[in-house]
Design a protein around this ligand. Structure first.
Ligand code: CP
Ligand code: NVA
Length: 305
């Protein structure tokens, strides 16, 4: 496996599946409590977080490691210290860096100048840690089926990009329905089609949610207004609601046993109806739990435990 975990472009299908397998083992059995003994992991956050911060922290403690939480406002980074200096200095103190940053270029620069592994805990372009937990969750709920299909409805954002990448890489069918102007990046689309030729995944991009959900085992959505997009809120809500909201009516157009997924946090009444979010088909809390197991497995693979 590569030194850093930034997105899926440099990963192999087998490496991803090994992480999921290890995460399933941790969940089923227990965590090896000395795996990260003596290791210190820095958590840099430029944006708020509940799941990512706490699941990484708990995973690290369960594996016997230590964490240092570093809100970026308390680092010299916020006063203009170059990313490369931060990366080189932190590499002398800690064994890995988990970072949630505004701009994807920041994590790339951090990784390029760091001698310890850097993990992307969300950027404007990718959220690969989320995608690991998403794949684990889909395998748990649909693992006995020959093929799996997820329909992602909504903004072609960071969460969507990583979901598209992981599905195309490992061979899960994915159909994305987004409004015009909010579609998945052309580069990610082209990459997905090319990876899908190898994995056998069926990849589709459409503007029509009703087309996307046909035969879906999972319907997935994310907020319409991501962190940092608050000024676009009114415009985006007008574009996305009501057509791209996950409703019971839309759920009925998928497979009868379709499950509802969301990376959370969510806005009930915006991207999803409350009765879907909290209904019997919703697997969001288990999906959130899996963030911890996949983070633990990822750390083990990167730090060699
Ligand atoms: N899904 C996710 O990354 O949640 P947080 O923003 O709470 O970390
Ligand atoms: N797309 C969302 C995901 C939050 C986990 C955001 O970037 O705010």
């Amino acid at each position: 496996m590569e030194k850093n975990f930034i997105e899926f472009s440099n990963m192999k299908k087998e490496e991803v599946l090994e992480i999921i397998k290890l995460a399933l083992k941790f969940k089923r059995d227990s965590y090896p409590s000395n795996a990260l003994k003596g290791k210190i992991i820095a958590l840099i956050f430029e944006k708020p977080s509940t799941r990512t911060r706490v699941s990484f922290t708990s995973a690290i403690y369960k594996l016997g490691g230590e964490t240092i939480f570093l809100p970026s406002t308390e680092l010299q980074l916020s006063r203009g210290e170059p990313i490369k200096d931060t990366a080189r200095v932190l590499s002398r103190y800690v064994d890995a860096i988990v970072a949630r940053v505004v701009s994807h270029s920041t994590i790339v620069e951090l990784a390029n100048h760091s001698s310890v592994p850097v993990i992307n805990a969300l950027t404007d372009k990718h959220h690969p840690c989320q995608a690991l937990a998403d794949l684990m969750t889909m395998m748990e709920y649909g693992g006995d089926k020959e093929r799996l299909k997820v329909a992602y409805i909504g903004d072609g954002n960071n969460v969507c990009n990583s979901l598209v990448q992981i599905c195309a890489l490992v061979g899960v069918d994915i159909s994305v329905a987004s409004p015009r102007g909010y579609e998945v990046d052309e580069t990610i689309k082209a990459q997905a089609f090319s990876w899908a030729k190898l994995s056998g995944a069926k990849v589709e991009f459409t503007n029509d949610p009703e087309v996307a959900v046909r035969d879906a085992d999972f319907i997935y959505t994310d907020v319409f207004v991501s962190m940092g997009q608050e000024l676009e809120r009114e415009i985006k809500l007008k574009v996305f609601i009501p057509r791209y909201q996950v409703t019971e009516t839309l759920m009925r157009l998928a497979k009868p046993d379709v499950k509802f997924m969301h990376c959370m946090p969510m806005k009930r009444g915006e991207e999803v109806e409350e009765r879907v979010a909290d209904g019997p088909s919703s697997i969001i809390i288990n999906q959130a739990e899996n963030r911890m197991h996949t983070s633990a497995a990822l750390l083990c693979k990167l730090l060699g435990c």
